[in-house]
Ligand binder design. Structure first.
Ligand code: N01
Length: 541
């Protein structure tokens, strides 16, 4: 059931100016902007409430990895001043409450259709409109279609034989039961050690009788040093929010930080270790990445961070074999680092066991549990912390057809192709918020979300002022942007990690580095220039 009013019962209007898909942090702000522009807009949301990521990811230990005072909307100064964050890194419930508060405060719910999955969207070239169809049979035409479907929303189970055979309870971290799960007294197996696994493992270990962690690739995880916010730091931020927001927008990752200029290789080991130690103690996702200019560029520089983290793991984890198995070999930062509370410490508990799947791979899921090449493990519950078909999955799961009936899935079969990550040739008047080809997942998402929403709203306003009705990128501009995104990525170590940034976690997915590594500030400048030049690289008609 939906929260508040029951929007499901209301009929969907036959035609609106804009259909937004998704009522997460992107979709909610889009609706707010569109209303300010006096556009009629509706939002379809498959969940039973707003919040997107924070609605779905309810696994124990789920928390944000960007500080709350920075991971919040900037579009309303009143909201900024009124809202009271409790923790430095709030948990899922606190962020969901924030999303719900925003929905209520800006009266967004009346135009959001919950429990409604969009099945298809087809562009009508003559009418220059999108026909959107939902799974429950609604149809609506719209001039603009905005995909606010998120980058990490199409959850993914592993390709392991026998998934349906298991007789106990099975959960995916991103589809967690709303009533929660009590693991007390249970033997639990968890597969996956990305950000979700790293947060869930300590929480489940504290409850379960026994927890076995199946690890294919170890993560680099940094201590979050989470704590309650102090009144003085909240007051400080509230007094300086405008300057802080400006700095966020101009920064590299959407979090203000000094840009490092030194190489990790030009300083002494002592100096470097002291810098790394300070970053580790700060508890900041970008901390270690931001220590030296070449960490993400030069392998030897990256190795210095790798050695430092290995040293930390060996210091914390008592069993030498477990510690060795937890030490990642791929370059630091090429997969998203994790932020944890007591992750490595958890392996010192007697009820926690690590299985290194590089030595003994999983062969199948059985009725009783998990069989590796070595033995069968018996469980009462299995947790899949196996991630997402990231960045493109939520888009290509919908049957989107643009000019000439071409499907987005076909158009992107060799990897996503966009201009600025915002729009794609063949799909006029369709926009993707934080889409592939934009900084998106390499940034504080909310900063990138607001930038995209504002850009899209401004573009639509511009079309209206010019008496035009359609916008679509040119092939040349799109090709040049895709080349640029690839070129910038190829100058870094990013393509060397087998990450979901590259689609490497989905068998058969083309290996293309999807987010734009050029930085939030530079990217914003480019988008602004395009707009100032009358939407350069787009055909307006
Ligand atoms: O997913 P992941 P996630 N057999 O893809 C393993 C954001 N996020 O949900 O690396 C065995 O990172 C897989 O192994 P490998 C954040 O951006 C943020 O954890 O493919 N193992 C990996 O260990 C994050 O990066 C927060 O070898 C299998 C794990 O499952 C993104 O979401 C919290 C397997 C998947 O890790 C995704 O994180 C949570 C198989 N067949 C998420 N298939 C915070 O804000 C997959 N794996 C803190």
């Amino acid at each position: 059931p939906g929260y508040g009013p029951q929007p499901d019962a209301r009929p969907v209007p036959p035609s609106v100016d804009a259909v937004v898909v998704g009522a997460g942090l992107s979709g909610m702000y889009l609706l707010h902007r569109f209303r300010e522009m006096k556009l009629s807009a509706i939002v379809f949301e498959v969940g039973s409430d707003v919040g997107g990521t924070w609605y779905w990811n309810r696994y124990p230990g789920a928390r944000v990895d960007v500080e709350s005072l920075a991971y919040s909307y900037s579009f309303s100064e009143e909201l900024e001043q009124e809202y009271e964050w409790q923790e430095r890194y709030p948990d899922q419930q606190e962020i969901l409450r924030y999303a719900q508060h925003v929905a209520d405060r800006f009266d967004l719910r009346s135009d959001i259709f919950l429990d409604t999955r969009v099945q298809a969207a087809t562009y009508d070239e003559h009418g220059k409109t999108w026909l959107v169809r939902t799974e429950r049979g609604d149809t609506v035409t719209a001039r603009f279609l905005v995909m606010a479907t998120g980058c990490l929303s199409a959850s993914k189970l592993p390709e392991i034989p026998g998934l349906d055979r298991f007789g106990g309870a099975a959960y995916h971290t991103a589809r967690w039961p709303h009533e929660g799960v009590d693991f007390t007294g249970m033997r639990v197996g968890i597969i996956g050690t990305g950000s979700s696994g790293v947060q869930a493992i300590p929480a489940i270990a504290g409850q379960a009788a026994d927890l076995t962690v199946f690890q294919r690739t170890p993560a680099y995880s940094l201590p979050a040093h989470n704590r309650r916010l102090r009144p003085d730091e909240i007051a400080d931020m509230k007094a300086n929010y405008r300057a802080f927001r400006k700095a966020q927008r101009e920064s590299r990752f959407g979090v203000p930080a000094e840009t490092p200029t030194k190489s990790a290789l030009e300083v002494t080991d002592e100096e470097r270790d002291a810098v790394f130690e300070q970053a580790w103690e700060e508890g900041n996702l970008g901390g270690l990445l931001n220590t030296y200019a070449d960490v993400l560029v030069v392998r030897e520089a990256n190795d210095t961070v790798k050695r430092f983290v290995h040293g930390k793991i060996r210091q914390i984890v008592k069993d030498p074999q477990t510690a060795a198995d937890l030490c990642p070999e791929y370059p630091f930062g090429t997969k998203r680092p994790c932020m944890d509370t007591n992750y490595y410490e958890t392996y010192n508990r007697e009820n926690v066991h690590l299985v290194n799947l590089r030595r003994t791979p999983i062969m199948e899921i059985t009725e009783k549990g998990v069989r590796t090449s070595d033995k069968e493990y018996t469980f009462d519950a299995i947790v899949y912390a196996t991630g997402f078909d990231a960045m493109t999955g939520a888009l290509t799961n919908i049957d989107i057809r643009g000019r000439g009936g071409v499907s987005l899935k076909e158009a992107w079969s060799a990897g996503p192709r966009t201009y600025l990550g915002i729009s794609s040739v063949g799909f006029p008047n369709m926009f993707t918020i934080i889409g592939p080809g934009s900084p998106s997942v390499l940034s504080n998402m909310i900063v990138s979300i607001e930038q995209h929403v504002d850009w899209v709203a401004d573009a639509i306003e511009y079309l209206g002022r010019q008496g035009l009705t359609a916008i679509e990128p040119t092939q040349e501009a799109q090709d040049a942007w895709v080349d640029h995104v690839n070129l910038v990525a190829s100058l870094t170590l990013f393509p060397t990690g087998d990450s979901w940034y590259l689609g490497a976690n989905v068998p058969g997915k083309p290996r293309v580095f999807m987010p734009y590594v050029g930085g939030v500030g530079e990217y914003r400048k480019k988008c602004d220039e395009v707009a100032v030049r009358g939407y350069e690289g787009f055909t307006l008609s």
